[in-house]
Write a protein that binds this ligand. Structure first.
Ligand code: FAD
Ligand code: MLT
Ligand code: ZN
Length: 460
């Protein structure tokens, strides 16, 4: 015998789409890094916007909180229950239809449960390009990337997930459906409401569908693995390449030697791209129209000039898609290769990256002599992943965080560049955001979700 609440949910989404057994629900109740684990009453898997709305209305009536969940690849504990009150997990996985793709408007209308790679493929089949790309793209969903305003490796050229959105459909906390699925490039009719839900981490409503911008598909790409002596030279190299090659620099990722060594140990057989060790590397990608050979030649010439001026130590340019994919595999394996440590996702102005690395590194070395620092990430956006120590240091994460976040604050940076706040940084933003900003955020939350039903315990 099940309880009447679960039966009422089953009447909305079908018996098979209300999961309550321990083995069925376990994957939904734990986050990707296995840092957060708590139970909810069940997992509900609606198949349409109408079903989401009906389930949310029922929860509002019963005062049951809702944890929206996409691919559950989030890194801040936002996608799993807290266990602090009556909650359900609302999985969008069955809402995975591409409703429309319009090559004249250059838009794709994708339901929230579409996996990012599925949208990239649909764009490619239509001769277009969907510009968000990140390591979790085979699992994370459109609703998840929009709700976290995910960054990834293409932000340098195309912007964050937010910049890809023209319209949204959202189920509000009382079950009303806001249809904002517009494909307009210009619309100044008051507040831009969709921006409230992008990056809200499920605390203001459930995103059910989005109109997303497509771009011209680059005909060619060229990928280089470049050794540099310092982060300062990586930042200078980016400026040089952009002066020389312009907008076509689409990715510019930094990788420390320690990160590369972690990948070599984690995935035996992975070749070290340059053979001899160097302290820092950059993985750079260019995308453009025209032929691969021409792009390759432009990159080679630009790198040759930099080498001539002593601005880089060594470099290799991928000669084929397979070689480029192998270089990207190294970069995308870093999160798994150093899984358990004290993680940071921080940003500063690009020019301050060298100061951030030096100052945070010095503060950590003074407090924890010999501590390992895994520094990698989106240096072209001023966004570093600055992970410290190993599992043994995790119990002392407050001390580690304080040292890193004090440095970030002194440099005018952010303690969450792209992964969001979730549960992980909820207390920290109370300390670090201006009181007025927090009050404005609470006012928005109260206005849209007066019962506090949407993803409680996250962000605020
Ligand atoms: P989930 O993890 O399921 O949810 C994330 C948040 O969004 C939660 O708060 C959840 O409640 C909310 N949410 C999900 N769907 C909805 C919806 N439909 N409506 C309302 N709220 C919703 N992030 C980056 O920014 N850049 C990277 O380069 C990057 N690389 C990654 C690499 C790996 C290997 C992994 C595991 C993660 C990476 N991430 C990265 C983190 C992560 O933010 C992204 O994977 C992605 O944005 C999360 O999408 P998801 O569908 O898994 O969302
Ligand atoms: C990345 O850039 O690889 C991600 O944001 C994931 C991570 O930081 O672990
Ligand atoms: Zn990242």
């Amino acid at each position: 015998m099940r309880n009447p609440f679960l039966d009422a949910l089953a009447a909305i989404v079908g018996e098979a789409n209300v999961l309550a057994g321990a083995s069925d629900t376990a994957p939904y109740f734990t986050d990707w890094r296995r840092q957060y684990r708590a139970s909810a009453e069940c997992v509900v898997r609606p198949g349409s916007t109408a079903e989401v709305a009906a389930a949310v209305r029922l929860c509002a009536r019963e005062a049951v909180a809702i944890v929206p969940q996409g691919g559950n690849t989030g890194l801040s504990g936002g996608s799993v229950p807290t266990g602090a009150r009556r909650e359900i997990v609302l999985s969008l996985a069955r809402m995975n239809r591409i409703r429309a793709l319009d090559p004249l408007d250059d838009t794709v209308t994708a339901e929230a449960g579409c996996v990012l790679a599925q949208v990239q493929r649909a764009a490619e089949e239509a001769g277009r390009y969907f510009a968000v790309s990140l390591g979790a793209e085979g699992s994370c969903q459109i609703g998840g990337i929009l709700s976290t305003n995910a960054g990834g490796v293409n932000v340098l050229r195309y912007g964050n997930s937010r910049e890809q959105v023209l319209g949204l459909e959202v189920v509000l906390p009382d079950g009303a459906v806001w249809n904002g699925l517009r494909a307009l490039r210009k619309d100044n009719t008051g507040y831009d409401l969709k921006q409230l839900f992008i990056g809200a981490e499920g605390t203001l409503g459930v995103i059910t569908c989005a109109v997303l911008r497509l771009r011209p598909r680059p005909a060619a790409s060229a990928t280089a693995w470049i050794a540099v002596a310092t982060p300062a030279l990586a930042v200078a190299l980016l400026a040089r390449l952009r002066e020389r090659l312009g907008e076509c620099v689409s990715a510019f990722e930094i990788v420390s030697r320690r990160c590369l060594e972690a990948v070599l140990a984690h995935a035996p057989g992975t070749p070290d791209p340059l053979g001899a060790p160097h302290p820092w590397y950059v993985l750079a990608e260019l995308e453009d129209s025209g032929a691969f050979e021409a792009l390759h030649a432009r990159l080679e010439a630009a790198l040759g000039e930099c080498a001539g001026r002593g601005e880089l130590l060594d470099a290799t340019i991928a000669a084929s898609h397979a070689q480029a994919a192998a270089l990207w595999r190294i970069r995308e394996s870093i999160p798994e290769a150093q899984f358990s440590n004290v993680k940071h996702d921080i940003s500063v102005a690009v020019s301050r990256v060298p100061d951030l690395v030096a100052q945070a590194g010095a503060a950590l070395e003074a407090a924890f002599p010999g501590v390992a620092i895994y520094c990698f990430g989106h240096v072209g956006d001023g966004n570093l992943h600055f992970n410290v120590g190993d599992a043994a240091l995790v119990p002392r994460r407050e001390e580690v965080n304080r040292l890193v976040y004090e440095t970030v604050a002194a440099l005018g940076g952010s303690i969450s560049a792209e992964h969001g706040v979730g549960q992980l940084k909820r207390e920290e933003i109370r300390r670090r955001k201006q009181p007025l900003e927090l009050e404005l955020m609470r006012a928005v939350k109260r206005a849209l979700d007066p019962q506090g039903l949407m993803n409680p315990g996250k962000v605020l």
